[in-house]
Write a protein that binds this ligand. Structure first.
Ligand code: SF4
Length: 692
């Protein structure tokens, strides 16, 4: 029996665990003393490994390469040589006929690791010559990256998960940590136990609201109005730190001009939050010796998400809550390696280490390192995942190489996404399971899973952590980066790596932010946070020391914008607001957790729709009754969960189910900057199914 150190593959908290292996099989997981988890795990950490035994509970593993030679035909099992040759040939033909930008690629924010993401973007940029590479950050914290880069200079948490408990005030905005990051929720509880004030802004009475000093139960879709009202109070009541603002920020007058119309009393009808509660919240936040803002997808999955992120960071700037311990801004990233996917440049606007693709010097640096002509590199920002259906229907994207993503389950407005897929000429899916997207592929490339390979993840607080291989794979599968390298080589660009560390050292050399994060240092320290620019640098637990921001002028940029209404409002035909949410026992598209016996047992029905008792009564719906939920785009069946915790006029569904996926209902109104869809808001109607 042996114990292998790993990092949980299920959320950005980055908990360390030990996989206990006996006779080549994992038999249990034990908590380890990680930077964020301190010998604790949530149930996904403890029970989320048995999909590796190919349980076939939800869907079987992909066990060998397969090709569907004709549209609508059957998959044919093929050799790896044939799968690589065919994929390279088809991609090469499409590139030659339609140009590099007709091919879209994805990295993966899940268990594959940073090295693979680096190799995938190198393949896109260096071999296909397109910046069309993206990841699921687009549908979650893309707005946090874009917003924070503009106001503070880095698209990441400014602080550390471990330091949350030392803050004397937590402003938790649109973030249900008990369901999405249970171990981060432990830090919130510890902060409370140490005397911190907790302010929760959320339409639902989420778990954190139960221990909060204040719960501001705002109306859905009014984030910008409430954040502006916060800013208004800070200025009007002179609660802001005038010296700090004068010394370290810019943009105060424009900010003041915008928020002046947002007196809490003036926007009470919009936000639904009594003005005195808004004022009290800001008095508490501004008076705290240290304060931290945390947010989740309740901020980012709206058509005005980037503006709200910038507005939230402005509250921290106004009160001087940046650049020191126990304070900061924390977009708590969802998937375990979504921070890492962005770090590694699987985003269409930046190379690894957040270096702009439109900068010719940066392009030349990467081209020289990769041994290619800089002139062949794409000099424009590439396509985002959420734009693919539209561009496919317009004939501009012809091929889609998808690694470890399941857009036919996780993207908004699945009817639209399916039409986009039908318009594509060639789809390659590299994954571990036969997901909804894999079912539609032309080529299936089976990859090793977390547990079957090692690498480096980045957790939500910029911390790089190594994870190790625990078991040999059971099937004819290959490492993701090996598959990509073989395709690159077949397309005429010889690419070969012997191991993860070779890839890691190549990317370190190209990324000043990460240069000092060696494999040895990660081995010794366990968790090294970027920036880490030199070999003797210990990493950076909090950003913006001495209040020097990483913006072009070194200042923090204050920002406010006029509130914009969500794109689709409730009306007589569709009178309720649908908001998508998470479920504690499952993760992402559920392909992994749905194949874990203990987790599946926890929730073994096709989802739920949470509804307020008043709304349920008016519609004649009883608790646990089967119901239809219908929007202008689709209709799904699910079960009612009648709950006092839900606000009147809104209903809540998780997207993690294969039957009744709520993305049949959602709409793809995209934030104009980050192109993140408004999956937190669309209009629906709910009706009881009585003959059950
Ligand atoms: Fe895994 Fe996240 Fe749970 Fe930690 S909190 S055990 S990282 S799912």
């Amino acid at each position: 029996m042996k114990k292998i150190t790993s990092v949980c593959p299920y959320c950005g908290a980055g908990c360390k665990l030990k996989l206990v292996v006996d006779n080549g099989k994992i038999i249990r997981a034990e908590a380890a003393d990680g930077h964020t988890n301190q010998n604790e795990l949530c149930l996904k950490g403890y029970y989320g490994w048995d999909f590796l035994n190919d349980t076939k509970l939800l869907t079987p593993r992909l066990t060998q390469p397969m090709i569907r030679y004709e549209k609508g035909g059957k998959f044919t099992p093929v050799s790896w040589d044939e799968a690589i040759r065919y994929t390279a040939k088809r991609l090469g033909e499409i590139k030659a006929k339609f140009g590099p930008r007709a091919i879209m690629t994805t990295g993966s924010s899940r268990g594959t690791g940073n090295e693979t993401n680096y190799v995938m973007q190198k393949f896109a940029r260096g071999v296909l010559n397109t910046n069309n590479v993206d990841c699921c950050a687009r549908v979650c914290h893309g707005p946090s990256v874009a917003g924070l880069q503009e106001t503070l200079g880095n698209g990441a948490m400014s602080n550390s998960i471990g330091d949350i408990e030392n803050s004397s005030c937590l402003l938790v905005f649109g973030y249900n940590c008990a369901d999405s990051h249970p171990i981060v929720a432990r830090r919130v509880i510890k902060a409370k136990q140490k005397g911190a004030k907790i302010i929760v802004c959320d339409p639902r009475r989420i778990e954190t609201a139960r221990i909060a000093d204040q719960h501001l139960q705002l109306n859905n879709g009014c984030n910008m109005a409430l954040v502006n009202a916060f800013g208004h109070v800070l200025l009007e009541e002179e609660l802001y730190d005038k010296d700090y603002v004068a010394s370290f920020t810019t943009g105060l007058e424009a900010y003041r001009e915008t928020v002046k119309e947002y007196a809490p009393e003036a926007v009470e009808h919009l936000t639904g939050v009594p003005a005195k509660q808004v004022r009290q919240a800001m008095r508490t936040y501004a008076a705290a010796p240290s304060a931290t803002i945390m947010w989740g997808m309740g901020v980012t999955q709206f058509g005005q998400a980037v503006d709200v992120v910038k507005g939230l960071s402005s509250l921290a700037l106004l009160t001087g809550n940046l650049g020191r311990e126990h304070v900061g801004v924390g977009p708590v990233r969802g998937q375990n390696n979504v921070q890492g996917a962005c770090d590694m440049g699987v985003i269409p606007n930046q190379f690894p280490g957040y270096q702009d693709v439109v900068n010719p010097q940066v392009r030349a640096k990467f081209a020289n390192a990769w041994g290619i002509d800089p002139a062949v590199m794409d000099d424009k920002v590439g396509v985002r995942i959420t734009e693919v259906p539209h561009l496919a229907l317009e004939g501009k994207v012809k091929a889609y190489y998808i690694m470890g993503e399941d857009p036919l389950q996780t993207e908004a407005d699945l009817g639209l996404v399916r039409k986009g897929f039908e318009a594509l000429d060639f789809v390659v899916v590299q994954d571990i399971f036969m997901t909804k997207t894999a079912e539609q592929a032309d080529v299936l490339l089976p990859a090793t899973s977390w547990g079957e390979h090692g690498g480096v993840f980045t957790c939500a607080d910029r911390g790089f952590q190594r994870f190790e291989k625990a078991i040999e794979p059971m099937y004819n599968v290959k490492r993701d980066w090996e598959i990509i390298s073989l395709i690159a080589t077949e397309m005429g660009y010889p690419m070969h790596y012997d191991n993860n560390q070779q890839i890691w050292d190549e990317l370190r050399e190209l990324c000043p932010l990460f240069y000092g994060v060696t494999y040895e240092k990660m081995g010794d320290m366990g968790h090294v946070q970027w920036p880490c620019p030199t070999l003797d640098h210990p990493g950076t637990p909090y950003l913006y020391q001495n209040n020097k921001f990483d913006t072009p002028d070194g200042k923090g940029h204050l920002f406010a914008a006029q509130w914009r209404a969500p794109a689709e409002r409730p009306d007589d035909a569709f009178p309720l607001v649908l908001c998508t949410v998470r479920e504690v026992g499952h993760y992402s598209c559920r392909s992994m957790t749905g194949n874990c016996a203990a987790l599946q047992t926890l929730a073994d029905e096709p989802g739920f729709v949470q509804i307020n008792p008043q709304d349920a009564q008016a519609l004649g719906i009883k608790d646990r009754q089967l119901v239809w939920v219908e929007s202008r785009r689709g209709k799904v069946i699910t079960r009612a969960d009648v709950s006092e915790r839900v606000n009147h006029g809104s209903v809540y569904m998780t997207y993690q189910w294969w039957i009744g996926a709520c993305n049949e209902l959602t709409q793809d109104n995209l934030d104009p900057i980050s192109k993140t869809p408004e999956t937190k808001y669309c209009a629906v109607r709910v009706s009881a199914i009585n003959d059950q």
